[in-house]
Design a protein around this ligand. Structure first.
Ligand SMILES: Cc1cc2nc3c(=O)[nH]c(=O)nc-3n(C[C@H](O)[C@H](O)[C@H](O)COP(=O)(O)OP(=O)(O)OC[C@H]3O[C@@H](n4cnc5c(N)ncnc54)[C@H](O)[C@@H]3O)c2cc1C
Length: 369
């Protein structure tokens, strides 16, 4: 039976789930809280099994075509002097010979959106209450409307409101890892061409790479801090970044000087979502809302893509029994989630070891029963 399904959130998880559910013939509505189906600056990775998911969407060539063009990276010291160079990998994208794809999140979302033509897309609204009466879910929206759906899928990210409404009201499942990540844009004055720069010590990591057209830099700064008190306070967040990088010189200083006026600034506490159950009644979660592994895993996008596929396949193979489908989805995802969340080690100075990444990114068989 085809169902009416509401997906909350139009990121990688929401759009890829919509893609597969539409293909299976469901009536899909996607509601996105942002007023536009937004982009978002960072480069993300499609690795291992997630590449098979993208191939099943028919998007593998397009995704490869839009990959970042980085040709290598330099490790710099705190004054911006080159310590070493690497032509085989970057810190953000991993090994070039792995077949994995690094792509800007907004490019990936634009491609995923192409498969959502038959979905009803609503921007600038969000669910404020869910009432599951066993036969369907009445969803109240911030805009004042109420609609009924057979199923609701929360794909609304780390701080998922769907999750709070449906079963974890106080966000107990969000495990803060005691670090923050700041991401901002800077002019590419040097300029840096298809090349990544990295600095890392026990206390901090800084990475910078250009956009595909090399016009602008994306700079990421990660460090240990409890910044919960700074939520929503951009001025103090920027001040904290500057404070943690006060001793950096050379090109790092030039980039940090651009922070105050940066056109794009994102600041987030690094956290994982560890939920004992991914579903409750007719509501189920996918992507960061369900099992955020944090940007330090480099696997959030792949988890979202694989989760979208496994959830959709579970629904397809369960007839009308959505409860069995959700349980099946959860059972299948759990080891994959554990392996990928286990990649995060904030004390590690270098990249994630290749063997560990290879095992995690391939840690699920898509066609398993
Ligand atoms: C700074 C940063 C760096 C990252 N780096 C990497 C990386 O290097 N490699 C990698 O693979 N991954 C990386 N990730 C993670 C990756 O972006 C996500 O894990 C992945 O895209 C899956 O996201 P998602 O769709 O589940 O959630 P999100 O991308 O968070 O999307 C959620 C969507 O839901 C919307 N929304 C929020 N609340 C509501 C609501 N109540 N109702 C409706 N809509 C709502 C949001 O506006 C958003 O569009 C990074 C993430 C960040 C933030």
């Amino acid at each position: 039976m085809n169902s009416s399904i509401l997906i909350c959130g139009a990121g990688v998880a929401g759009l890829s789930t919509a893609h597969f559910l539409l293909r299976a013939g469901h009536a899909v509505t996607v509601v996105e809280r942002s007023p536009t189906f937004r982009g978002g600056g960072q480069a993300v990775d499609v690795r291992g099994v997630a590449l098979d998911v993208v191939a099943r969407m028919g998007l593998l060539d397009a995704v490869r075509e839009h990959r970042t063009r980085l040709k290598g990276m330099s490790m710099l010291d705190r004054d911006g002097r080159e310590l070493s160079r690497n032509l085989e990998r970057t810190m953000t994208g991993g090994r070039f010979d792995s077949g994995d794809v690094e792509i800007f999140r907004d490019d990936l979302c634009r491609l995923l959106m192409q498969g959502c033509g038959r979905a009803e897309l609503i921007a600038g609204d969000y669910a404020t209450a869910l009432h599951d009466d066993g036969a369907g879910v009445d969803v109240h929206f911030a805009s004042g409307t109420t609609r009924r759906f057979d199923l609701v899928i929360g794909a609304d990210g780390l701080r998922s409101r769907t999750r709070r409404l449906a079963f974890d009201a106080t966000d107990e499942c969000v495990v803060e890892l005691g670090a923050v990540l700041a991401l901002f844009t800077a002019p590419n004055t040097k300029p840096l061409t298809d090349w990544e720069l990295m600095y890392r010590d026990e206390a901090r990591g800084v990475v910078a790479y250009p956009t595909i057209d090399n016009r602008e830099l994306r700079v990421g700064v990660g460090f240990a801090a409890d910044a919960r008190a700074l939520r929503g306070d951009e001025i103090r967040q920027k001040a904290l970044v500057v404070e943690h990088c006060a001793d950096l010189g050379g090109d790092w200083r030039t980039m940090l000087d651009a922070l105050e006026a940066a056109p794009q600034f994102w600041f987030g506490e690094i956290a994982q979502v560890r939920l004992p159950r991914l579903h409750n009644g007719r509501v189920v979660l996918v992507g960061d809302a369900a099992y955020c592994a944090s940007p330090f895993s480099g696997q959030g996008t792949s988890l979202a893509l694989v989760g979208a596929f496994v959830l959709s396949e579970s629904l397809a193979s369960s007839g009308n029994d959505f409860a069995a489908a959700f349980a099946h989805y959860e059972t299948r995802m759990r080891p994959f989630v554990d392996a990928n969340q286990g990649l995060v080690d904030l004390t590690r100075v270098g990249p994630i070891p290749d063997e560990q990444m290879d095992a995690a990114k391939n840690g699920i068989v898509l066609d398993a029963a």
